[in-house]
Design a protein around this ligand. Structure first.
Ligand code: SF4
Ligand code: SF4
Length: 305
């Protein structure tokens, strides 16, 4: 359902959600936008957070022998590119990873739809900031808020003024036209196994793993024992130990590991799950200390090599 709310009405809707959920929002702290507890709609930032709010669903480090129950959480101010990453992760791990599944089912995400394309971001290449899957998406127009609510959470908004979906539809068309999407479709067929890109990237990459850790679609973890606990923590396919086992390492070369990352995102996942493992958020580009840009993997002329 679609609704049109004033700022005061958004506060009222937030208040009724906060009766059932612990509320978090994007807020500015010491010059950075991070997620923290919030007690009103008014204090939530429209700026993109420094990091994707992936930790609401996958802890950086946790004991896998203890599956606790989760509080119900509502997270406001998530950007659409990050939220879309969670819907993509759902296809791989929802219902299979009990820790993720428990948190996912108890978390409401309210995404703030960007009014303008951001620098570097290329979400329009993957459909743009108006999502097809959502809990609650909010698009501010001046002092008013257009809200699109899933059936599950419609009860929090049903007393407000309804509108049809045409504002979101025309906004989406205009946004994607302005943002000039990249030609992603078919990249799974264009990419080349022995492209010179992988060695060129390997000559610069320092194997820090930041590209994976910042990505809202990356879900890999490592398991280890520590002090009587069995733990897991975020892992990265770029790190040398990722595929290391007692039988050796199947991807010893950094060029092979970089190729794996891009092939997983644009070839393997597309062929197995019918979607790319990327939302165009540009976080991996922003966080890469040596300026490796995933957009080049999409636009590179492989046939010209
Ligand atoms: S742009 Fe980079 S960080 Fe963002 S979803 Fe794609 S691969 Fe992940
Ligand atoms: S962020 Fe850049 S330097 Fe670090 S592992 Fe990824 S590609 Fe390599």
């Amino acid at each position: 359902m679609n609704y049109l709310l004033s700022k005061d009405e958004m506060d009222a809707a937030f208040h009724s959600i906060s009766m059932d959920f612990k509320c978090y929002g994007a807020v500015e702290r010491e010059g950075e936008v991070v997620f923290d507890r919030v007690n009103s709609f008014g204090g939530i930032s429209e700026e993109r957070s420094r990091y994707a709010p992936k930790e609401f669903l996958i802890s950086r480090n946790e004991d896998v022998l203890v599956l606790g129950t989760q509080d119900r959480k509502a997270v406001f101010g998530v950007k659409s590119c990050d939220l879309k990453g969670f819907y993509i992760m759902d296809r791989q791990i929802l219902g299979k990873d009990p820790f993720y599944t428990e948190k996912r089912r108890n978390t409401l995400f309210a995404n703030f739809v960007c009014n303008e394309p951001c620098d570097g971001g290329f979400c329009s290449s993957f459909g743009g900031p108006v999502l097809d899957e959502y809990d609650l998406q909010i698009l501010r127009e001046g002092e008013m808020y257009h809200v699109m609510v899933s059936e599950k959470y419609d009860g929090y908004f049903s007393s407000f003024q309804r509108e049809d979906s045409s504002y979101f539809t025309s906004f989406k068309e205009e946004f994607n036209r302005k943002a000039e999407p990249l030609q992603v479709e078919g990249v799974e067929d264009r990419m080349k196994w022995d492209s010179k890109l992988w060695k060129e990237y390997a000559s610069r990459c320092i194997s820090c793993g930041a590209c994976n850790f910042s990505c809202p679609t990356c879900y890999c973890f490592d398991l280890y024992d520590e002090g009587g606990e069995r733990k897991r923590e975020w892992d990265s396919c770029i790190l040398g130990g990722f595929t290391s086992s007692s039988a050796g390492n199947i991807r010893n070369g950094l060029d092979e590991r970089l190729r794996q990352r891009f092939y997983h995102k644009f070839v393997y996942f597309k062929r197995s799950k019918d979607t790319y493992l990327c939302t165009g958020c540009d976080r991996c580009v922003e966080d890469c200390p040596v300026d490796i840009d995933i957009k080049e993997v999409i636009t590179h002329d492989y046939s010209g090599e």
